[in-house]
Design a protein around this ligand. Structure first.
Ligand code: EPZ
Length: 424
């Protein structure tokens, strides 16, 4: 397992190209199961999660070619309708093959995803939605087996849960509904840009979806879908992560290219309230450090609210911002693994019942720390940029799951990061 050595004292400048969205790519790759024709998907980030998804699709019988960011995939002859545990356990998002497999075969057999460090990851809302379309779900031996003996039939489905909407649950039901008989209305749907990107691609394949991006999505079932060429939207969470890097360590300013600023309003609003200077153009965002930084109180919410996937990164900024900041995660209340590691570096963070109270300190100091989940790990890299000394971060495979060459991109901005084998 590799590790990072992040040398403190970074002064970042210049520009960085943001990659295609991991969280849009995963359901979009799964959606290629819905047609026998060739699909060309561009700007698929080279991260381990998309690699796992392609392995799952190949395991099902898909023909896959990949050349840098472009994936050419054809699911003409599927030999299975099963997503096995040894692949699903590596990546929870593989549950989003359930909907397309059900639509294609009228059955699906998918291993139940394990939990993960950010909390319990149930799929009850996914199953409720798919049952609403006429599937029967049974759970046995750690697998969920879905069968639509009489085919899928459109209906009105409520997808809202106690923590708000479900992103992949909305994707699963939408992908099942596109080939169902009749019309489906999804109430309580997730509004994330990644859901909209999936709907855009499905419509380009011949689906009839309206309302994506709102909490009410209507899908008129069609008999078949065709092939497509689709370019994935920019990764708003990678972009947000680099905005925080700029807020913490920009020498004067850094510029993010190939982004969609509209997807980042909740994040840029908070950073501006903290005193950062933000400049937006059509597909770029620039950020300069605050001259007199102040903290903030943030609560994560479903889109367009402040994203839970940016919560850990903001904790890294607030750990060095004078005064008290309060961060509450209503989506994943347990998602504070980064706090205990940051405390090893001298941060003053108290976490209780889904809320972190952060008292900014003057300086943090390097310490050996351990990456845990994707975004917590990114937050440790951010903390290391300014810590006194050289921060050693182990288990960086967590970071490689969702960030395309984050070390190379930060080095290009002026950071000093080494990627070493674990035993170095
Ligand atoms: C997506 O996960 C993202 N992953 C997550 O990003 C992101 O944190 C999450 O949405 C919330 O925005 C991908 O898109 C691949 P949810 P998803 O279903 O769809 C509860 C990252 O760092 N819930 O929207 O799996 C759930 O426990 C990852 O890139 C149920 O109760 O999340 C949570 O509290 C981490 N029952 C809330 O809903 C269900 O059946 C939102 O979860 C499903 C979810």
């Amino acid at each position: 397992m590799e590790k990072f050595i992040v040398h403190g004292g970074a002064e970042l400048e210049g520009s960085v190209n943001i990659s295609g969205s991991k969280n849009a790519s995963l359901p979009i790759l799964a959606a290629t199961l819905l047609t026998k024709e060739q699909c060309v998907i561009r700007r698929v980030p080279d991260v381990s999660d998309t690699n796992y998804m392609l392995q799952i699709l190949q395991n099902l019988g898909a023909e896959v070619e990949r050349a840098s960011g472009t994936v050419i995939i054809k699911c003409e002859k599927l030999r299975s309708h099963e997503a096995p545990y040894d692949l699903v356990r590596k990546m929870r998002a593989s549950v989003c093959v359930m909907g397309p497999l059900l639509a294609r075969h009228n059955r699906a057999n998918v291993s139940l995803p394990g939990g993960c460090v950010i909390g319990d990851r149930p799929i009850d809302l996914h199953l409720r939605g798919l049952e609403g379309l006429g599937a029967e779900a049974t759970v046995e031996g750690g697998n969920v087996h879905l069968e639509a003996r009489y085919g899928l039939k459109g209906d009105t489905i409520d997808m809202s849960g106690k923590h708000g909407a479900t992103v992949l649950g909305t994707d699963n039901v939408m992908m099942a509904a596109v080939l169902a008989q009749g019309t489906t209305v999804i109430n309580g749907a997730a509004c994330e840009p990644e859901v909209v990107d999936l709907a855009d691609m499905l419509n380009a394949m011949g689906a009839k979806i309206t309302g994506a991006g709102t909490s009410c999505i209507t899908i008129e079932g069609v008999s078949e879908l065709g092939g497509v060429e689709h370019t994935v939207i920019p990764d708003r969470i990678e972009a947000g992560t680099f905005l925080v890097a700029g807020a913490m360590a920009a020498k004067s300013k850094i510029t993010l290219k190939r982004v969609n600023p509209e997807h980042l309003t909740a994040v840029t609003d908070v950073l501006e309230s903290c005193g950062c200077k933000i400049e937006k153009e059509e597909d770029t965002i620039s950020i300069s450090k605050a001259e007199n930084p102040i903290g903030a109180n943030i609560t994560t919410e479903p889109y367009p609210g402040f994203p839970t996937d940016m919560q850990a990164q903001m904790c890294a900024l607030f750990a060095l911002t004078p005064g008290i900041s309060v961060v509450t995660d209503t989506i994943f209340p347990q998602r504070f693994m980064h706090a205990s590691e940051m405390k090893r570096m001298g941060a003053d963070i108290k976490v209780d019942d889904g809320t972190a109270v952060i008292n900014g300190v003057e300086k943090m100091s390097a310490a050996p720390v351990m990456a845990s989940d994707l975004r917590a790990s990114a937050a440790l890299v951010l903390s290391g940029l300014l810590a006194k000394g050289n921060t050693e971060i182990s288990r960086v495979y967590h970071i490689d799951r969702g960030y395309e060459h984050i070390d190379d991109k930060l080095i290009d901005l002026g950071a000093n990061i080494e990627r070493l084998p674990a035993n170095a």
